[in-house]
Write a protein that binds this ligand. Structure first.
Ligand code: NAP
Length: 284
């Protein structure tokens, strides 16, 4: 077991954030488990109790779209007499809807959490990591940060943006001793597909020129819902990255996205896009 190291995680109330919290705590880390609504802490609390690691976890309020709350939390953690070893930007959600039907407000809402939220949290904790001269920053992006997929253009755009920002940050921080890395999961069984899934208003509009296509797309997506992988694999990958002194830039997790990226690299684009549009029910 490691001597106690401290990690801060955003979006720890469910999914990857919850599992990463438990995984790190089991490995001897102290975890600052942040969530936008502390009333939703029960699931993590119960899992931590069951794993016998509750005393290693601190529950803290953080909505990544609230810049005042971010600044106050960063200041209070910087004032502690212990180092912060890692920040995991995990909080996120997916706005579904065809690009033509997603409003500007909906697109901005998607970016506010997935891109601006992660960037703001990172900037707030960088001064402390810089002073320490060490620290890991992990961004949970997605396979959707590497390739587009019909019906989730807003989500894809927010993750592409985060990929570009993070790749740049890594180059800027290399000589400072701060390790910056990306985790790119494929499809895993978490609340992102259910409780946290948002469908844009325009996509629900039966007058939309895409209405029939959306119905086909949704039934194709629903048919795939049973095929998602165990999210513990992602939690383990994040924990492994935090315990690697010089992690690589990208860690792709999941056989579906590994296959997708491999096909995209090898196949002629015209063949690849036929496969993708067929998978999304948009081939006719
Ligand atoms: N599951 C997948 O297949 C998959 C694949 C690729 C990438 N990802 C990425 O993985 C990350 C975690 O998602 P997940 O799959 O674990 O889904 P999840 O179970 O829905 O967890 C998302 C977490 O983010 C939190 N969150 C949402 N908006 C927030 C905000 N403004 N401030 C703070 N927290 C906020 C949620 O809080 P509440 O509990 O309050 O809603 C929840 O704790 C996301 O960035 C997602 O894009 C997921």
């Amino acid at each position: 077991m490691l001597s106690e190291r401290t990690a801060l995680i955003t979006g720890a109330s469910s999914g990857f954030g919850l599992l990463t919290t438990i995984t790190l705590a089991r490995r001897g880390w102290r975890v600052l488990a942040t969530m936008r609504d502390l009333a939703r802490r029960e699931k993590l609390e119960a899992a931590a109790r069951e794993a016998g690691v509750l005393e290693r976890i601190e529950f803290l309020a953080l909505d990544v779209t609230d810049n005042v709350q971010i600044a106050e939390l960063a200041a209070s953690i910087a004032a502690r007499p212990v180092a912060l070893h890692a920040v995991v930007n995990n909080a996120g959600f997916a706005m579904a809807g065809f690009a033509e039907d997603v409003s500007d407000a909906e697109l901005r809402r998607q970016f506010d959490t997935n891109f601006f939220g992660a960037a703001a949290v990172t900037r707030a904790f960088l001064p402390q990591l810089r002073r320490q001269g060490h620290g890991h920053i992990v961004m949970v992006t997605s396979g959707s940060g590497r390739m587009g997929f019909p019906g989730v253009g807003s989500y894809v755009a927010s993750k592409f943006a985060l990929e570009g920002w993070t790749e740049t940050l890594r180059l800027e921080m290399k000589a400072v001793g701060i390790q910056v890395a990306l985790v790119e999961p494929g499809s895993f069984e978490t609340d992102i597909w259910t409780r946290n899934a948002l469908l844009s208003t325009g996509t629900r509009d039966t007058q939309s020129p895409n209405a029939a296509r959306v119905a086909r797309w949704r039934s194709r997506m629903d048919a795939n819902t049973n095929k998602k992988a165990n999210p513990q694999i992602v939690a383990a990958a994040i924990a492994n990255l935090l315990e690697t002194s010089h992690p690589r830039l990208r860690t792709v997790v999941g056989s579906d996205i590994k296959l997708g990226l491999w096909l995209r690299r090898l196949l002629p684009w015209s063949v690849f896009e036929r496969i993708v549009t067929k998978a999304a029910g948009l081939d006719g």
